[in-house]
Design a binder for this molecule. Sequence first.
Ligand SMILES: N[C@@H](Cc1ccccc1)C(=O)O
Length: 525
Amino acid sequence: MAELQQLILDLLDANGSIPDTRALTIPGQSQPAASQDAQIIVLGALNSLLSREMVTFESHETLAHVLTPEGTQIAVEGSHEARVWAALPAKGQGAPVTVPKLKELVGNEAASVGQGRAFKNKWIEKEGDGFVRKAETIQDSTKLDMLEVQSTGTLKTGDTVLADLRKRKLIVQRKAQWFTVAKGSNFSTSTAKPETDLTVEMLTSGAWKTSTFKKYNFDAEGAPTTGGSLHPLLKVREEIRSIFLEMGFAEMPTGSFVESGFWCFDALFVPQQHPAREVQDTFYLSDPPRSLDPEPKYYKTVSTVHEHGGFGSTGYRAPWSHDETTKLLLRTHTTASSAHMLYKLAARCRGESVDEDDRPTASATKSPSGVDDGFRPAKLFSIDRVFRNETLDATHLAEFHQVEGVVADRNLTLADLIGFMKVFFSKMGIQQVRFKPAYNPYTEPSLEIFAFHPMLNRWVEVGNSGMFRPEMLEPMGFPKDVRVHGWGLSLERPTMIRYGINNIRTLLGHKTSIDAIENSPAPML
Ligand SMILES: N[C@@H](Cc1ccccc1)C(=O)O
């Protein structure tokens, strides 16, 4: 409002100060700016001048009156009694208006309230079973009062009328502001916009010497900065990682997404004819096409157990193909990494010399004979990506994350696995778990893990587990009394449950909202 700003500056120039802004008349308006709405406009102009230090001002508070919705209606349409009067014919100039007709004309409320008041004011009179005008002209003082309150916040006639209007709920009292204004340090009567930039033109022409520049506003809020933030999967990953760490687990290296058929399947005693190995389920690499062979003695033992049995097993008695073992593939489970680590853990049992610092193990435990057979217990975990040639849908992607753990110690039982699972899941906030017998080529017994989902009100499968078979462990060189239990779960499922997401594409892929990721809450732990 440049004109208002100019007016304020001119008044200051003439009088030195403005003692009460309610006395100003805003350009384009007929009355002084006494209403609260007008003072808000004045405040806008003052703030703009203040930012250029052209004025200073103080604000004062008073109680002012404002119209209620009913009062506003009267200011526009007139009082009920005036509307009743206006609806009637002058005496002798038409048929008297009956009550039902009046209600039709001005509405129920105006008809009943207005009729009484109009009588009291001697504006109307009865004729037959209807009403006609009595007064030739009327003065709708309620409407005039409303207009006065609307523009000044008060009434010249004084407090009694104001109190009456308050009682009639036509006006209410509100806090209102008004201002006293004085000249600021940069006072001038020119409201020319200050420069915001120093330009090359100003420098060359010398205009900068006479220009006024806008002050820096150091209190202004900066543009919001965006930075990196963890994806929900990484947050839950971190949460699960810290559960493992506090339970004394060490993290396994899982950097190699590409594995050989040998480590992903054969070492785990997965039969070479198993459907999981087929191209519908597994992504194979064409380049490079083949892996190197594993250590020959271990390879020989593994192939013999598969083909002919051993370690108390009859084996699969099916032909063995070297070709299958050297196929390269994207690992279908992180149990391939566990197999590498267990093989490494058994190195000392195979009589190989082991660098003490290079072992993921706890201290020595006694073998049954009392002689150190090289075995060291271990608790290992990993959380990383796996790949399956799946049909994509709301809950499946071709790549996902597996949370995997293995515990190796002497004489572990299924009860150890179940007990461990209960503790592990309760730390994840899942108190109710159930187990169901299942089949895994590399574990016996195997258990599917179900958790009760309070939101879905049903049991959902959360993982798969079991005791690794001797056909897998003994070829690695583990002593007979060493048992290893392991389990795997997806990271996506608990993350989706935790964040209430029911379509995996909301979590990963091009449909993911970056905002939702940035604003996703931290995990529980
Ligand atoms: N590898 C299994 C999980 C598992 C790991 C370890 C032992 C038993 C089961 C899976 O992909 O579902």
